[in-house]
Design a binder for this molecule. Structure first.
Ligand code: ADP
Ligand code: MG
Length: 654
């Protein structure tokens, strides 16, 4: 097969799914629920919504197609808009948190599963939609499971035949799509309906394992890549890595070594691909590889099933992924952390399969065969391993009771208990676990409940401008500061210019304010070069501006005054943060480490924090990071008295 298939070299009718088109349409017409299983790349995501539209199955209403990841929603929407010959945001659009490209005439809408759950809040029967497609259902994200449970109820309300039917409602169709063959769970969940299977094109993939395990898998991936590359055989390379950090590291290493290759070795084009990547960056991976060069894509598990990249002949699989997992704490509360872990066997097979789409391929696994054999067959669904606080809040505001919903898998009991505890600490629910007035507002804000609590408090404390700004920048904070390489290739801190003595929250506020000043007084180009000079990510900042605009809009709609400023005072801001982050408080110990107030862990301040070098009696933090040790990131200095005061004021709630 050739390197660099172009987007135009393939036609809709040539996709594997096209052969089953008539049958699929017939099944969709006949049944309220359809389960469709098909190999990655067969055409499910791009074609099914178009089939439904063209066959008039949605009754003139909009078709929603859910995606677990933002980057998949935006790039697939762009693809389908192109196939339909319309511009994005007209009849084909997308909706992801803080970014919506739709119109009242949108007929095919790619939407993250989380956003569709939010739509339930204003439209509990999802009556705007004629068909809802749950895509990538095998991933079993928290929101996918919530949607599946809600859809089961909505189907009864909208489709009738039994009690509970609401005559005023139009019927609804549901399509569940999955890339893994094991569809039994979905079938059981929906009254044993039989799945439809679509065969994909799959050529042989030769799989190689390392003899020993590779603790430094980024280094191993680098070596393997250059072995492939210097062989000079044509074909693009896709490397699976756990997360953005490893991707950016390998990205710079490959670029660095590629510059030193002898003449005669073809040039390399490296493209990262991860969830928080800006839409304008995404489309590059689909572009034609110029003749005589090689494309190398560095991806998270997003490229496992969500996104099919053409032209891949070689896979390098580190065997790792990031998994969101709930870390229990003593006091009946918990927190989610991203942990790097071994992938499942099913993922390893999906990853290898990416090399065999257009011809014979090769997969280099950076782990031994025994490691493959001992992998878990699949990963646990998120509802069994994630923090459920935000989900419980969402369900409560939908008047749904988590204990009574018919889930595919029951939520973890400890996580339910701890989520309820957190919600009462934050004041979102009362003694009887009913939503409070504050809780209703918190549910309406599309940010973590910790931060919606801080926003709510900011109105009382007269600093809503500042706190909304901080929360907006927090959404992009992992990408805000650009690293500078020093001689040891270590990333040195670049945030000193904006450093605020109280910690990271006011530091990012300073950076954001400085940026806004430059933007309001200068041109776009000036703002960009100002960012570069100050080692700030201009794109992340412009996203934060947009997030801020939307957050302020939602706040106004639910009656929060967004224009209160504490004009340079820090105390009110910190107090709001303490109210939201009180469960993330830690006190210093004689050895300089910090001990969690509500948990067993002893933690260190992440070296990237502006207060990492100094000691303070008490801190609050945004998140835990596990590497060689447990770090906390996003830190502000507080006093022990502030923490105790908050604890005693909430103790009456139990
Ligand atoms: P499935 O959902 O079954 O995995 P898709 O509908 O996502 O399959 O993809 C079908 C085909 O469309 C694949 O061969 C893929 O390479 C191609 N494709 C999808 N999106 C793009 C894009 N943005 N640019 C080019 N090709 C694309
Ligand atoms: Mg798909």
């Amino acid at each position: 097969s050739q390197v660099g298939h172009t987007t135009d070299s393939y036609h809709r009718d040539e996709l594997p799914i096209a052969q089953g088109k008539a049958k699929i349409i017939r099944e969709l017409q006949r049944n309220p629920v359809t389960i469709l299983v098909g190999e990655t790349g067969s055409g499910k995501t791009t074609q099914i919504p178009q089939y439904i539209l063209e066959a008039g199955i949605s009754g003139g209403k909009c078709i929603a197609i859910t995606q677990p990841r933002r980057v998949a929603a935006t790039s697939l929407a762009a693809r389908v808009a192109m196939e339909q010959g319309v511009s994005l945001g007209t009849s084909v659009g997308y909706s992801i948190r803080f970014d919506e490209h739709c119109s009242p005439n949108t007929k095919i809408k790619f939407i993250t599963d989380g956003m569709l759950v939010r739509e339930l809040m204003s439209d509990k029967y999802l009556s705007n939609y004629g068909v809802i497609i749950i895509d990538e259902a095998h991933e079993r994200t928290l929101r996918t499971d919530v949607l599946l449970a809600s859809l089961k109820q909505i189907l009864r309300r909208r489709n009738g035949s039994s009690q509970g039917h609401d005559q005023s409602q139009d019927p609804l169709k549901v399509v569940v799509m999955s890339a893994t063959l094991d569809a039994q769970g979905f079938s059981n969940f929906f009254d044993s309906i039989k799945p439809i299977y679509v065969k994909g094109r799959q050529h042989d993939v030769h799989i190689f394992h390392t003899l020993t395990s590779q603790p430094d898998f980024v280094e191993a991936a680098l070596r393997t890549f250059f072995q492939i590359h210097t062989s000079n055989n044509p074909g693009d390379v896709l490397i699976f890595l756990p997360g953005q950090e490893e991707i950016e590291n390998l990205n710079s290493s490959i670029r660095f070594y590629a510059r030193q290759l002898p003449q005669g070795v073809m040039p390399v084009l490296v493209y990262p691909m991860y969830s928080s990547l800006h839409p304008s960056q995404q489309s590059k991976v689909f572009m034609r590889t110029p003749h005589g060069s090689r494309k190398c894509i560095l991806a998270t598990n997003i490229a496992e099933t969500s996104i099919t990249i053409p032209g891949i002949k070689y896979i390098i699989d580190t065997g790792k992924c990031k998994e969101r997992r709930y870390v229990a704490r003593e006091a009946g509360s918990g927190v989610d952390t991203l942990l790097t872990r071994d992938i499942s066997r099913s993922s390893a097979m999906q990853r290898a399969g990416r090399a065999g789409r257009e011809g014979e391929g090769f997969c280099f696994r950076l782990f031994p065969k025994q490691a493959f054999d001992s992998m878990a067959p699949t990963l646990e669904p998120e509802i069994r391993r994630c923090d459920l606080t935000a989900m419980i809040l969402e369900l409560k505001s939908l008047d749904l009771d988590i204990e009574r919903l018919d889930f595919m898998d029951k939520p973890d009991e400890d996580a339910v208990y701890s989520g309820l505890t957190t919600l009462s600490i934050l004041g979102a629910i009362d003694k009887h676990q009913n939503l409070t007035g504050a809780g209703k507002k918190m549910a309406a804000l599309p940010v973590d409940p910790k931060f919606s609590r801080a926003i709510l408090a900011s109105e009382e404390l007269g600093c809503s401008q500042e706190v909304i700004d901080i929360v907006s920048v927090l959404s992009v904070s992992s990408r805000l500061f650009l690293g500078v390489q020093n001689d040891d290739s270590n990333v040195v801190g670049t945030r000193d210019k904006f450093k605020h003595p109280s910690g990271d929250h006011c530091t990012i506020l300073n950076a954001f304010r400085a940026y806004q000043e430059v933007v309001s007084s200068g041109t776009y180009g000036e703002a960009t070069s100002w960012c570069a000079r100050n080692f700030l990510n201009a794109r992340a900042l412009s996203e934060a501006v947009e997030i801020r605009r939307q957050l302020r809009g939602i706040c106004k709609r639910i009656g929060i005054n967004t224009d209160l400023s504490c004009s340079g005072q820090v105390q009110p801001i910190i107090h709001c943060l303490v109210l939201g982050l009180v469960q993330n408080a830690a006190f210093i110990q004689p050895n300089g480490f910090y001990k969690q107030v509500m948990g067993p862990s002893v933690v260190k301040i992440h070296p990237g924090s502006v207060v990492a070098q100094t000691h303070h009696p008490a801190i609050v933090y945004d998140e835990l990071v596990f590497t060689t040790q447990t770090y906390v990131r996003g830190v502000s200095i507080v006093t022990k008295a502030e923490i105790s005061n908050v604890f005693s004021s909430i103790s009456g709630r139990f």
